[in-house]
Ligand binder design. Structure first.
Ligand code: BEZ
Length: 188
């Protein structure tokens, strides 16, 4: 079976001059790729959840951490950051986000110009059928796992707290992230 990086690289993008990418997790606070433009944005029908295991960045195979993915939830709006990038950027991102995330185009709304015709943006989602999907758990268990996990990219708690800070700086409300961040701050 081919891995998600190979699956993602089968999507032809080279015919495009530029592509919008929607970031809702580490792409909000770790921008290690060249961008042409960035704008706060949202996608509709999805919720951000710490439901995906991280064995390679914020945890280890023996002690996985938890990172975000998107869960389908009709009526919900997920706020994040959109980046206009050149298609070659995805070679780097497909490798960085290799642990079960598939990318696809979704309609995007810009927060600063909601009346505009929505653009389409690529978004990485790790669905419930991927091997690293953990799903829901009591919030205090998720907080405990995040507070105690570390991986090659650093502490899992730093990932959560940087995301929480970045969302608050943008004025984006996400109660799942904010409540987890409060619990993890109390545990540290
Ligand atoms: C993001 O920040 O959009 C993102 C989260 C998880 C994997 C890939 C991208």
């Amino acid at each position: 079976m081919i891995n998600t990086t190979e699956q993602n690289q089968q999507q032809a993008l080279d015919h495009l001059e530029d592509v919008w990418l929607f970031g809702y997790g580490s792409l909000i606070f770790k921008v290690d790729f060249p961008i042409l433009e960035q704008r706060p944005a949202s996608i509709s029908g999805w919720s951000r959840r710490f439901w995906q295991a991280s064995h390679d960045h914020r945890g280890t195979p023996e002690k996985p951490g938890r990172v975000v993915t998107l869960i389908e939830e009709p009526g919900n709006i997920c706020q994040g950051m959109a980046y206009r990038v050149t298609p070659d950027t995805f070679a780097h991102l497909d490798h960085r986000e290799k642990n079960g995330y598939l990318r696809f185009f979704a309609p995007l709304s810009f927060t600063d110009a909601p009346e505009h015709v929505p653009a389409e943006a690529l978004v990485y989602v790790a669905g419930p059928d991927n091997a690293a999907f953990l799903g829901d758990a009591p919030l205090q268990d998720i907080a405990q796992q995040i507070a105690s996990s570390h991986g090659p990219s650093g502490a899992n708690a730093d990932y959560l707290l940087q995301l929480d800070d970045a969302l608050k700086t943008m004025g984006a409300i996400d109660t799942h992230v904010a409540e987890l961040a409060a619990q993890v701050r109390a545990l540290l």
